[in-house]
Design a protein around this ligand. Structure first.
Ligand code: DGL
Length: 268
């Protein structure tokens, strides 16, 4: 299929957490047009069934393909973990997902081959990170921990709060006892807790931020397929959501690190 390099990159997530990926893309690829889709009416996905998540992921994929995206980025770890195949089967354009990107980075970072993964209950139960990491290096031992309270704590803006610190200490205790040297932040929301998590873990443990990892992979793919936008002019950004919850603007701007404009609501 002939793809126009000036077409936008489509990024999607269960809500606004995937804006951490958009932010990294904007910083590293300042000429790329981006369309973002956040399913804010149905978030969180992290506790839903695989069947429901796959159905939602299919709807969003079809929507973005109708916008003529040149590449799809599944920014949501939960969708990447259980619906990647359904998305890829539908898409005539390349699909990148945060699980594969995070797994590759973890494999590069670990020295002692003991890696921790944290994410939503669906992501952790799916074992997707362990499979992806062991595909690249079967010797790596993986220790996983679901951290369901982190998503609401981040949405509350409690990035540096005593409640979040205590919650992190509790969640991380079992995996810290395993002598891991690398921890994958397997959820869109967790990069916003990076400083607090690093403080709890100590500086001997390397944090893998899947937003950074996927941006690196996106750059490699655009170069390989000659898909970089060569127009060299300020790019266009469009944001689609399925609902505008109270405080949406404020939280969204914290994820994005800049003003959030051009937001449209999709009614399904
Ligand atoms: N976007 C989800 C993820 O990365 C977190 C929020 C949710 O549970 O939908 O796993």
């Amino acid at each position: 299929m002939q793809v126009n390099p000036n077409n936008p990159i489509g990024v999607f997530d269960s809500g606004i957490g995937g804006l951490t990926v958009v932010r990294a893309l904007m910083e590293r690829m300042p000429f790329e047009n981006i369309i973002y889709f956040g399913d804010t009416a149905r978030v969180p996905y992290g506790l839903k069934s695989v069947e429901t998540i796959s159905r939602y992921a299919t709807q969003i994929t079809e929507f973005l393909l109708r916008q003529n995206v040149k590449l799809l980025i599944v920014a949501c770890n939960t969708m990447s973990s259980v619906a990647y195949q359904a998305i890829e089967d539908l898409s005539p354009v390349p699909v990148l997902d945060v699980v594969d990107a995070g797994a590759r980075s973890a494999v590069n970072e670990t020295h002692n081959k003991y890696v921790g993964v944290i994410g939503t209950p669906v992501t952790i139960n799916s074992n997707a990170y362990a499979r992806a990491i062991n595909k690249y290096d079967p010797e790596i031992r993986i220790f996983s921990q679901p951290c369901p309270l982190f998503v609401p704590l981040v949405e509350e803006g409690w990035f540096d709060h005593q409640v979040t610190r205590l919650t992190a200490q509790e969640y991380l205790k079992p995996i810290m006892a395993q002598n891991i040297d690398t921890l994958v932040l397997g959820c869109t929301h967790y990069p916003l807790l990076k400083s607090l998590l690093q403080e709890v873990l100590g500086d001997q443990i390397m944090l893998v931020d899947s937003a950074q990892a996927i941006t690196q992979q996106t750059g490699e793919l655009l170069d390989k397929d000659n898909l970089r936008n060569g127009q060299g002019k300020p790019p266009g950004y469009r944001f689609y959501v399925t609902d505008v919850p109270i405080r949406f603007q404020g939280i969204g701007e914290r994820f994005l690190g800049r003003t959030l404009s051009n937001v449209s609501v999709v009614k399904w």
